[in-house]
Design a protein around this ligand. Structure first.
Ligand SMILES: *Cc1c(COP(=O)(O)O)cnc(C)c1O
Length: 351
């Protein structure tokens, strides 16, 4: 077909499977195994459907923005809210990575980064993690068009200490440095306090993991008001009404219930610590994880085989047929019961 010459051609990001059949133990997309805060259910029940005829409010003008500002002790002008952090990150790529110089990110990382770079025509260079899957800050302290990395990194779970994050931000004052903190609430230290010191730092977080709301699609980022203004300019040039009315009403309840949030994160951390023991006993090794998943490799059995056998048992984990990581499984931390089912299945497979 002749018109294909004028088509934007991309290799899309491949999300983890969302099986529709019942009974699957889903440890493949880092969703939270616990329900959203109780106030979210109440807000859903109280949702005024009549109001759905109206366009939603602008996210930055809502109680959700105010609740986030109060929770993180910053101004509403330092927050940008989007439809999941994928939306926030996509707009941030579009907004901040306009240089001819390459954007730097790790070779093993969230596999959406190179997809956005490709779709927006942004040049990039991947910097190799070291043998322990650590980011080497010196690699990022060379001329570039911007920097992005998750902390903790995905899919490894490895956390970079805050001093090293700051080293990268401080060495790159002429470009924007984006720290993707999708998993920061599971034991890491956020770079958020640095946004007052560095106007080039953007900290991105999400409701999808620690706040149990992947299905609602809410993400946000925090940074200098000028960064936020530029993001809004681009957002309002692409799509004005982003978050829907329900997401705005339900999201605010997830932020307000700090006790429930802490309790869920703590339970996941405890289950993760138990999982470290159980996986080690069964012949797995892994870098220390500060996320709600473990990136594990078995001493004798290929990851692909374990992945397939688990799937036959209706236990889904994530496996990538990619250089350097094709002998690893990324296992999301589920409830203790789900993890017990995993250990039983692994006894059969690895036993
Ligand atoms: C899950 C994840 C996101 C995006 O999540 P949303 O559901 O779009 O908020 C972003 N970055 C990383 C590293 C993730 O793992």
């Amino acid at each position: 077909m002749k018109w294909e010459e004028n088509v934007r051609k991309v290799v899309p990001y491949t999300p983890g499977e969302q099986p529709q059949k019942a009974g699957v133990i889903k440890l493949n997309t880092n969703e939270n195994p616990y329900a959203p805060a109780p106030g979210v259910a109440k807000a859903a029940a109280a949702l005024n459907v009549e109001k759905l005829r109206l366009y939603p409010a602008f996210p930055e003008k809502t109680e959700l923005a105010e609740a986030l500002a109060a929770r993180y002790q910053i101004g509403t002008d330092q927050i940008f809210i989007g439809v999941g952090s994928d939306d926030v990150l996509s707009i941030a790529f579009m907004t901040f990575f306009q240089s001819d110089k390459p954007v730097f990110f790790p070779d093993i990382t969230y596999s959406f980064y190179d997809v956005w770079a490709d779709v927006y025509g942004i040049p990039y260079e991947k910097k190799a993690l070291d043998a322990d899957f650590q980011i080497c800050p010196a690699d990022y302290c060379k001329p570039n068009g911007g920097v992005i990395f998750p902390n903790p990194n995905a899919p490894t779970g490895v956390l970079m200490p805050l001093e090293k994050v700051e080293e990268i931000v401080a060495a790159n004052r002429d470009v924007v440095v984006i720290v993707d903190e999708a998993y920061i609430d599971f034991g890491g230290t956020s770079a958020l306090p640095l946004i007052d010191k560095y106007d080039n730092l953007l900290v991105v977080q999400t409701f999808s993991k620690s706040r149990s709301m992947a299905g609602m699609r809410i993400g946000f980022c925090m940074g200098h008001p000028a960064l936020i203004r530029y993001l809004n300019d681009v957002k309002y040039s692409v799509n004005s009404y982003t978050l829907n009315t329900a997401a705005l009403a339900l999201g605010v309840e997830a932020v307000r219930d700090e006790a429930y949030f802490r309790e869920c994160c703590q339970k996941i951390i405890q289950t993760r610590e138990k999982a470290e023991e159980e996986l080690t006993k069964r012949g797995f090794s892994f870098p220390k994880s500060y996320a709600n998943f473990i990136f594990a490799s078995h001493k004798t059995i290929p990851a692909r085989e374990i992945f397939e056998r688990l799937k036959e048992n209706d236990i889904y984990v994530r496996w990538w047929n990619k250089e350097r990581i094709d002998n690893y499984l990324r296992i999301t931390i589920g409830t203790d019961e789900q993890m017990e089912a995993l250990y039983r299945a692994l006894n059969e497979i690895c036993g």
